[in-house]
Design a protein around this ligand. Structure first.
Ligand SMILES: NC(=O)c1ccc[n+]([C@@H]2O[C@H](COP(=O)([O-])OP(=O)(O)OC[C@H]3O[C@@H](n4cnc5c(N)ncnc54)[C@H](O)[C@@H]3O)[C@@H](O)[C@H]2O)c1
Length: 347
């Protein structure tokens, strides 16, 4: 299929592009490049794309999306703390930008629109396992925007336009465009660099986890599924057995990163806690199951850190923590307050 992949330069996009190309798809990338400086490593899967649009989502025009069979939309300000930095901009990019993209796709005859939503829409929900039918309870502007996009884009569905919404669990695993601001990657980085997993919170909140390659698998299967199976559907992406309390995640990591201590705090400042059921995706896409679990993910990162000899400065650098990088771009006046790139010098 001929696919436009937005957010190709990000944590998931930079793994997904070679994954889909290997499966025989033609990929054109789109990204504004907020994190273009941050490569944790390079490997054989690095892909030079025949076509790449270095463009802001908010500036996309009809001719950018014409001719594609499908659009996979990843490009957003993508996590809770980053979303809170400036809620108006988050609303502008994540909600308005995404809905505008979906409308353009429909008007240009793009048949499939795959939107990467998030299990964070479930927010805080007690002990019950949340399904796609459960009432969302978003706890951040990021999660609110996800729900608003799902609802608005869902209204566009008809005989010629099939959106599908993938609510991913919290991702983990190696990516050349690494992120250390997601729980498993962060705790593994602490275990490696500090030999201590220092937690302010008491570690009781629940999170479902999913490996980045299992997200790629879910996206590929959705891309290739008969339209009638996925048309306007929501799928939680992950595995029901991979719901953990944060302190359990820390325990498993400490057993993989030897000689690592865990210091657990006494408070719980995080209102987000949710357990999720991932049964629907297995039923509708029978080839889907997760190939990775938490322990394998921790082992993969241990191997990676060992190989590249990860240093504390690298772990703490702007490049791999989204909030730090966006703040840095604003403070150094490389982007303006609306997160558009500035011209540094007049030519
Ligand atoms: N990583 C996770 O744990 C996770 C979990 C659930 C859902 N998701 C969703 O998956 C998608 C991809 O996540 P990720 O972890 O790869 O995020 P990321 O932040 O690593 O990558 C996002 C990419 O989008 C680009 N981008 C952001 N705003 C843009 C704009 N206005 N115009 C053009 N490009 C823009 C960035 O430059 C970046 O390369 C996001 O929509 C995210 O909400 C991620």
């Amino acid at each position: 299929m001929n696919v436009l992949l937005t957010g190709i330069d990000g944590y998931i996009g930079s793994v997904l592009a070679p994954y889909l190309i290997k499966s025989g798809h033609q990929i054109c990338g789109l990204d504004t490049g907020f994190y273009r400086s941050g490569w944790l490593y390079h490997d054989k899967s690095h892909t030079v794309l025949p076509k790449f649009l270095n463009k802001d989502l908010r500036k996309i025009k009809k001719n950018d999306v014409e001719g594609f069979d499908a659009v996979i939309h990843l490009a957003e300000l993508s996590n809770d703390p980053l979303g809170q930095l400036n809620p108006e901009i988050t609303y502008d990019i994540n909600y308005k930008g995404s809905v505008q993209l979906a409308r353009l796709c429909k008007s240009c005859g793009v048949k499939r629109f795959i939107y990467t939503s998030s299990c964070s829409v479930y927010g805080t929900n007690g002990d019950e396992y949340k399904t796609e039918e459960s009432e969302p309870n978003p706890q951040s502007i990021y999660a609110e925007c996800k729900i608003m996009v799902e609802r608005e884009v869902s209204k566009l569905a008809d005989d010629i336009f099939s959106p599908v919404f993938l609510r991913n669990a919290t991702a983990y695993g190696a990516s050349p465009k690494m992120r250390f601001d997601i729980v498993l990657n962060n705790l593994c980085g602490l275990a490696w660099c500090n030999k201590t997993i220092e937690m302010i919170s008491n570690g009781t909140p629940w999170r479902p986890l999913v490996h980045i390659l299992d997200i790629c698998k879910a996206i590929k299967l959705t891309l290739e599924a008969p339209l009638e199976n996925i048309h306007n559907e929501i799928f939680n992406v992950g595995s029901t057995r991979e719901n953990y309390q944060i302190k359990e995640i820390a325990d498993v990591i400490a057993s993989v990163f030897k000689n690592c201590k865990i210091n657990i705090g006494t408070e719980n400042n995080d209102p987000r806690s949710y357990k999720v059921s991932f049964e629907k995706i297995k039923n509708v896409l029978p080839d889907f199951s997760c190939d990775y679990d938490l322990r394998q993910g921790a082992k993969q990162l241990h191997k990676l850190f060992n190989r590249i000899d990860l240093k504390t400065e690298e772990f703490n650098s702007n490049s791999y923590t989204r909030l730090k990088q966006i703040k840095h771009l604003i403070e150094t006046k490389q982007v303006d307050e609306q997160l558009y790139w500035r011209q540094m010098f007049e030519s």
